[in-house]
Ligand binder design. Sequence first.
Ligand SMILES: C[S@@+](CC[C@H](N)C(=O)[O-])C[C@H]1O[C@@H](n2cnc3c(N)ncnc32)[C@H](O)[C@@H]1O
Length: 292
Amino acid sequence: MIADRSSRTAEGALFIRMLQQQLPVGERILNDPWVAHLALFGQRWGARIPFLARYLLKKYPRMVEYVPTRDRFGDEIVDDKIRTGTRQVVVLGAGLDTISYRVLQRHPECLLYEVDHPATQAVKQRRARSLATRFENGIRYVAADFEIDDFRDKLTESGFQSDQPSVFIWMGVIYYLSDEAVRQTLTRARDLMTADSPLAFDFWPPSLTEAGGDPAFEARRKSYAKVGERLQFGINPNDLAAFVKPLGYDVARIESMNSLCQRYVQRDLQSPEGMSAAAIVAAPCQTANPSG
Ligand SMILES: C[S@@+](CC[C@H](N)C(=O)[O-])C[C@H]1O[C@@H](n2cnc3c(N)ncnc32)[C@H](O)[C@@H]1O
């Protein structure tokens, strides 16, 4: 990311959430009563252009359905863990996501930790003012650049208890990071997790993230690079277990985005092969991996 510039892709994800809310309740992948509170005037009204959501859904389903699909997958992982008594949720690269409000609405007993790039987080906190009174006791903010910062001490100083179970959600971020930052972030998170605590994220195959990869994705790669959020990290679903094992995790679930969307709303996301979401869990009996 460009220092001092908040994430443009986080704005895009917010707009997509706004579009999804224009569909009738029964057709939505996810109900999100909070997203409009974070939206700028243009995003709010742009999304309400008559028939825009319907038109985009028909013409570019992935554009309109990908973000809500990964949101719902993340919510599922959080709810499963909270049912077993977990009370700590960490949202890595939270952006302008409304996950903290969604979780607190269902589980007001939880504490949410939003970790994000300082520039994006500052914008989020400004925009979230109208929600602050309702949720301020349930959310703690930790600013960190995954490429350079170690967020472990900051998280524990904010109240996070590493000897208690937790759930980590990392949606829409991993593909913008270097391989080293992905490994470091997973290692640092693992240091803070008890065995069996899950970490969920979405990921794309190298054919989509690498320069010279799938030509149908070239325009997207260029548009992300243009806003300072270059696609970097890619991994194939079959390689994920071997990648996370040395970092102290086992794979619990891998789902293609297509199959998730089919399951949620019986619609075809039309996403390229390999676009996936995963839940990995902290493996037991690990001595903490050293990390910088
Ligand atoms: C596409 S947005 C996704 C935001 C949110 N998780 C969502 O689902 O809407 C990408 C997020 O990754 C964060 N991000 C990208 N690179 C980062 C870095 N090096 N350090 C910290 N956060 C980063 C951005 O600040 C932004 O919040």
